[in-house]
Structure formats: C-alpha cells, structure tokens
Design a protein around this ligand. Structure first.
Ligand SMILES: [Zn+2]
Ligand SMILES: [Zn+2]
Length: 131
C-alpha cells in the first residue's frame, strides 16, 4: 500500500522529525499508544498515518499489504526500562531502526522483553506478579 502523499507532504513530515545520533524522534502528535501520528490534507481531504509507517514508505519502500507483517522498532529492545507507551522509541522514524517482521515474531519479541523485566525484579517481589 501507499499513503496518498506529495513531495510537499514529505517536506512537512521531515519538518516534524528531530534527528539525533541515535533515534530520529517524531516531535508532533502521538497517539494513545505512544506512536507518532502524522496528519495532512490532500485534495481537501484529511489523511493520517502512523509516523514510522509513513517514514518507511518515504525512505525505504511501499508497505506490504499483508496483515501478518508489522513494522517493528529494532531500537526498542529488552534493555528498555520504560513502560511500553512512554518509551520514546515508539516515536522513532529512523529508517534503519524500522524492520518488517511477522506479527508472531513481534509478539514473541515483546514477551521476551516483558519476561526479562519481570525476572529482573528483586526476589521478594518476583512472586507477586500473579502469573
Ligand atoms: Zn530508533
Ligand atoms: Zn524502547
């Protein structure tokens, strides 16, 4: 799939990105899950896209239509100590930090990160997790 966009829209998009040595942070709106959200107008119609998905289309390739593929942030790893929603990696739009993975791999990766966090807790609280 391709988002409806023009070179003008692409420039607008780039103006909202803060490039750093590590991640490229989306500085405009963020959705309820903490992902960057980009809105624009074309032919008097409003469009919105997740910022990292728009970035992938802009700098890498069209997004495949398969519902089994999700665009994952490789900068978001088990090292992350932030709550999922607050993690700034969700705002990252750097093309080489984005990777298409299968939905299953994405879930497994998330579970592995959560498991590590749970087991990093002090021994006394380890058994209070209720699972
Ligand atoms: Zn990143
Ligand atoms: Zn993270």
């Amino acid at each position: 799939m391709r988002f409806q966009s023009t070179p003008r829209t692409d420039i607008l998009f780039c103006q909202k990105v803060l490039v750093t040595n590590t991640c490229w942070y989306w500085m405009a709106s963020v959705n309820h899950l903490g992902y960057g959200s980009f809105g624009w107008q074309q032919d008097s119609k409003p469009f919105t896209a997740l910022a990292h998905r728009y970035a992938y289309q802009l700098w890498v390739d069209d997004l495949p239509d398969s519902p089994n593929l999700v665009l994952d942030h490789i900068c978001h790893t088990e090292e992350c100590r932030y709550a999922e929603k607050e993690c700034l990696h969700r705002r990252c739009v750097r093309p080489d930090h984005l990777q298409l993975v299968t939905r299953v791999a994405n879930i497994l990766r998330g579970n592995a990160a959560r498991w590590k966090r749970a087991h990093a807790l002090p021994a006394t609280s380890r058994y209070d997790l209720g699972s």
